[in-house]
Design a binder for this molecule. Sequence first.
Ligand code: SF4
Length: 356
Amino acid sequence: MTNKLTLKEAMLYEKLPEDKVHCYLCARHCKIDKNRTGFCLVRENKNGKLYSLNYAKTCAANVDPIAKKPLAHFNPGALVMSIATVGCNFRCKFCDNWMISQEKTISGRNFPPEEVVKATLESACQGISYTYTEPTIFFEYAYDTARVAKDAGLFNTFVTNGYMTPEAIRKITPYLDAATVDFKGAADPEFYKRFSSVPSVQPIFSALKEMKHNGIHVEITNLIIPKIGDSLAKIEELAVWIRDNLGKDTPFHLLRFHPNYKMTGQTATPRKTMEKAYEVSLKKAGLNYVYLGNIPGHDFENTYCPNCNNLLVKRFGVEIVKWNLTKKMHCPECGHNIPIKGELHPTGASYPFPLF
Ligand code: SF4
């Protein structure tokens, strides 16, 4: 792999008078002056043409279990090549991956789409995940890689903040099989403004409807930060929206916060808070598949049959400890159909190994 800088003309923009451009890849809809970058700092207007600066400049590449994304109802046990470039269209003060998402210099190794797919096949992965930072802002790279990956029989998944335009979703739809869409603070607009510098949450809900409409498998996460993002009423409101717009079988992962980045003064989310959020989402909002994340070994990491409460999948963190479903994904006790896409893949004993 070499470090040469590749400039790629951007997708999803239009030219404006006076060599300005309008980028409509993400919901910020930046209007960018000549020789300036957009909010994400990785798309630059060079003399009236918009370029992606981070195309194939990969800053992280790892083999991960799919459960790490998290995806619990899509090809369980699969391994995914996980890649990222620098940059983001959010400024979350609690970001886990702030070292790369908030990096202002374009850095990383040249890792073209064909090489990513080759490495994925050689690593015995079943798919590729565009993750760690925000795949929307390395869209051209993800798009080209996803196309090659599809031809090679691999699946593609995004881990995204969901702040994409419908145009971007429609473009990637033929190649995108699944998406994990990450909420924080139960989608409270004030929380997003204050802690992520995001002016409106509405585009995320529109993006979710578009994904659902286009047949992309969707799982939702919500990061619960104590005191500032742990309102049970708001969590219930979000869970009800998911039930009414995406369906009650949509997996909903509630993620425990650990102090990070600019929020190291905060405490980790108490287990009691997490358990209450679980109960509210499951029993009050009526979602069928709610999971607690970042509490390995907790009973609420498991999948239970919504019809007879039989334990179907026992987990410990990203590991599947026990699988108790029929081949056709039915509960063996009552025969209830459990919506899990794809197939069960034999899990390896120890996965994560970084490529670089
Ligand atoms: S992708 Fe970047 S340049 Fe385009 S609208 Fe979003 S923040 Fe602005």
